[in-house]
Design a protein around this ligand. Structure first.
Ligand code: NAD
Ligand code: MLT
Length: 312
């Protein structure tokens, strides 16, 4: 028997080599399928591998009569209906740490770009303007970076931030005072982080409990002139509330890699000069893309061969 594997988002070709070389597995890379096309093709497949673009909704899972495994080449599984998959006995695997380093580095790049207005100054000089007055930034040294979600990426950001001589305060329901001490960060409640920080970066998954964790109420608690980063998931920030907080000058600036709707259709927030952004590039490095593709490839092979996944 030959197992059929559908890869429906672009994946690193070297990373999927184990899958391509595996016995009894045939791989089809069909990216940019419409929802209707995906629904039509999915009954042929034993495995589906996605990044964040394909939405693996209940109807896709229902139609996937042969599906045994869904692989997410990345961390967040919020684009997969986990309840529907579990109900059908389909295993969902991801790559929990294949892109940790890249996401942390991207967050630091955004933090520095935000503090020093680098994207705005770059656009200005490329437009043949010599303007040194409009782009006065702030130093990071001795500022307080608040981290919401001190998991894999949040922890790597904390290490790097200390290297920039920032003071770090973190909130995570699983963080203990002892662990915080070991990591060299201050242990705080969510309120502490909101009230004390000069910069706030979020690194939680998107869950019912974390949706709009940065809401209008949260912005009200923050220091005047706070700067906000989101390189985790759109939906963690209430974008309308952020827009209003920037317009009222409560928030000095924001650096966003992820959005409530992707690709972005409503550019109201992005059109603000105080907002710098990238189109969900946190994991877009050669290394991370190879790592995540390798991780899910091996897990998909294991499951199709009746074994257990490493990253369920
Ligand atoms: P992780 O599971 O290692 O860490 C997440 C942390 O969030 C955990 O420690 C958890 O306890 C904490 N958390 C959960 N609920 C919380 C709450 N209500 N308040 C505070 N903390 C809470 O995950 P990770 O690998 O660090 O990834 C974090 C996020 O980054 C995920 O959403 C992931 O999808 C996203 N991500 C984005 C990119 C990108 O391209 N921009 C790349 C990689 C990961
Ligand atoms: C992830 O959750 O791993 C990120 O969103 C990265 C990605 O899928 O590109």
């Amino acid at each position: 028997m030959t197992f059929q594997v559908l890869i429906s988002d672009p994946l690193n070709e070297d990373g999927i080599k184990p899958l391509i070389d595996a016995d009894h597995i045939e791989v089809h890379m069909l990216t940019n399928l419409s929802k209707a096309e995906l629904l039509e093709r999915i009954p042929e497949y034993d495995a589906l591998i996605v990044r964040s673009q394909t939405k693996v909704t209940e109807d896709v899972i229902e139609k996937g009569e042969r599906l045994k495994v869904i692989g997410r080449a990345g961390v967040g599984v919020d684009n997969i209906d986990l309840d529907a998959a579990t109900e059908r006995g389909i295993v969902v695997v991801n790559s929990p740490d294949g892109n940790t380093n890249s996401a942390a580095e991207h967050t630091m790049a955004m933090l520095m770009a935000l503090a020093r207005n680098i994207p705005q100054a770059h656009a200005s000089i490329k437009n043949h303007n010599w303007d040194r007055k409009s782009f006065v930034g702030v130093e990071l040294k001795d500022k307080i970076l608040g981290i919401i979600g001190l998991g894999r990426i949040g922890t790597e950001v904390a290490y790097r931030a200390r290297g920039q001589r920032l003071k770090v305060i973190a909130y995570d329901p699983y963080l203990t005072e002892e662990k915080a001490k070991q990591l060299g960060v201050q242990y705080g409640t969510l309120d502490d982080v909101l009230r004390k920080s000069d910069f706030i970066t979020i690194h939680t998954p998107l869950l019912k409990e974390t949706r709009h964790i940065l809401s209008a109420g949260a912005f009200r608690k923050m220091k005047d002139g706070v700067q906000i980063l989101n390189c985790a998931r759109g939906g963690l920030i209430d974008e309308d509330a952020l827009y209003r907080a920037i317009k009222s000058k409560k928030v000095r600036g924001a650096a966003l890699d992820v959005f409530e709707e992707e690709p972005v259709k409503n550019y109201k927030l992005l059109d603000l000069p105080e907002v710098i952004a990238t189109p969900h590039l946190g994991a877009s490095t050669v290394e991370a893309q190879e790592n995540v593709a390798v991780d899910v490839s091996y897990d998909v092979i294991r499951i199709l061969n009746g074994g257990l996944p490493q990253n369920p």
